[in-house]
Write a protein that binds this ligand. Structure first.
Ligand code: 7TS
Length: 399
């Protein structure tokens, strides 16, 4: 991997070389992504899907080519199944809003898990208030693995949807979603997968998973902010009511009656961020050129190496020790407050995340207020892990 693609990684903070380990929050962007977006603004900027003029057609072609790139990336059957959104959060809100409106009534239930990000909890709670639906929560063991027996027992005649994270942003647990989907489908219940922390790290095949919905964010996979994806099986997207109204999503409009476009446009009201979709496609091409399996292997090695080295430290507690774990390590050392650890590491040039990581119910389950979290990307190195581990040791000595 050529780190020169990421000039920001060569900068210093507080006179120290930056060690960026907050990739689960957002990743840095390679030059090819920035160049592609600048190039489009400079040469082919025009609104998409509407113009007869040359530039609008060029911009539309780039935008729709990006949809095809995304389709291929997750192996969806058709580009009709690829809805562009602002990110995972909007994708989840879209499904919560449209699915509940279309298919749920008071007393119906949605199954989520203990380790969900707030964006896979709160949208359901908002709909719960509106429609009187209930949330059922899959518990986990101390290693941070979901209890599959309890999960199977949560299904009943009122279960309408399962919505779970593919990978936990705190514990790094890779949930057995393929099996979970199989179980849900045996009960005729569709499944939504929050792929915010999986799509950046390993190959995802939505047809193989057989998930009904899958969400991810561009900015966590070397793409721009403000763009994300909702994959939905065509049969669901056809049946679901629209999320927002406006231009692009309609077929005909009169004051008496409006008819809607077919998916995906039905769910894309207003001018899409067509510059960002091109940026996202460029990021996907950047990743697939390196190879998702190579990215996975590199990040797995870093995670294993970091875990081993961190265990040298007295009082080290790592949260999330699942057998199948991805590139995230949450930890605490002795009684050191995570904010203190994060702030002092920052002074050494090391960027980590601290706090509840938008997963307060998970913190409650763990009986803690927060953790320090290091998360890896394809550009991180073993040398950076060494700096990080030495940094923790230095901070620990100060207490
Ligand atoms: N789901 C998971 C599992 C996430 O990790 C995140 C963001 C989201 C959903 C929301 O994604 P967004 O792009 O719509 O904001 N997670 C984090 C994080 O761990 N630190 O900052 C953001």
């Amino acid at each position: 991997m050529n780190r020169n693609q990421f000039p920001i990684l060569s900068r210093e903070v507080y006179g120290k070389p930056l060690v960026y380990l907050d990739n689960a929050a957002t990743t840095q962007k390679p030059l090819c992504v920035l160049d592609a977006m600048r190039e489009e603004y400079l040469n082919v900027n025009a609104n998409v899907h509407r113009g007869v003029h040359w530039m609008s057609q060029q911009a539309t072609e780039l935008h729709e080519a990006a949809r095809e790139t995304v389709r291929k990336f997750i192996n969806a059957r058709s580009t009709a199944e690829i809805v562009f959104t602002r990110g995972t959060t909007e994708s989840l809100n879209l499904v919560a809003s449209s699915f509940c409106e279309g298919f749920m009534k008071a007393g119906d239930e949605v199954i989520i898990s203990t380790m969900e990000h707030h964006s896979n909890i709160v949208p359901w709670q908002l709909q719960a208030r509106r429609y009187g639906i209930k949330l059922r929560v899959i518990p986990m063991n101390d290693a941070g693995e979901l209890d599959m027996e309890v999960y199977q027992g949560l299904f009943n005649a009122h279960t309408r949807l399962v919505s779970v994270a593919h990978v936990s942003n705190v514990l790094g647990t890779v949930n057995p979603v393929e099996e979970m989907i199989r179980i849900a489908h045996a009960h005729d219940v569709p499944v939504m997968i929050d792929g915010a922390q999986s799509a950046p790290h390993f190959a995802v095949d939505v047809q193989q998973l057989d998930c009904d919905f899958f969400a991810f964010s561009g900015h966590k996979m070397y793409g721009p902010t403000g763009i994300g994806v909702l994959y939905g099986k065509e049969e669901w997207l056809e049946k679901m009511p629209p999320y927002q109204g406006g231009g692009e999503m309609i077929a005909t409009v009169s004051f008496e009656e409006t008819t809607f476009e077919r998916p995906p446009l039905k769910f894309e009201a207003g001018t899409p961020d067509y510059i960002a979709t091109h940026g996202l496609a460029t990021a996907i091409n950047f990743m697939t050129e390196i190879g998702m399996d190579n990215i996975r292997a590199h990040e797995q090695e870093l995670t294993r190496y970091a875990t081993r080295r961190m265990q040298e430290i007295d009082g080290m507690r790592i949260f999330g020790t699942a057998t199948n774990k991805d590139a995230v390590i949450s930890f605490l050392v002795g009684n050191i407050h995570p904010m203190d650890m994060g702030t002092l590491l920052d002074r050494l040039g090391i960027a980590v995340r601290t706090g509840h990581h938008c997963a307060e119910p998970l913190m409650n389950r763990l009986g803690i207020l927060g953790t320090v979290r290091a998360s890896f990307a394809l550009y991180n190195t073993k040398e950076e892990v060494d700096v990080f581990v030495d940094g923790i040791k230095r901070v620990a000595k100060m207490f």
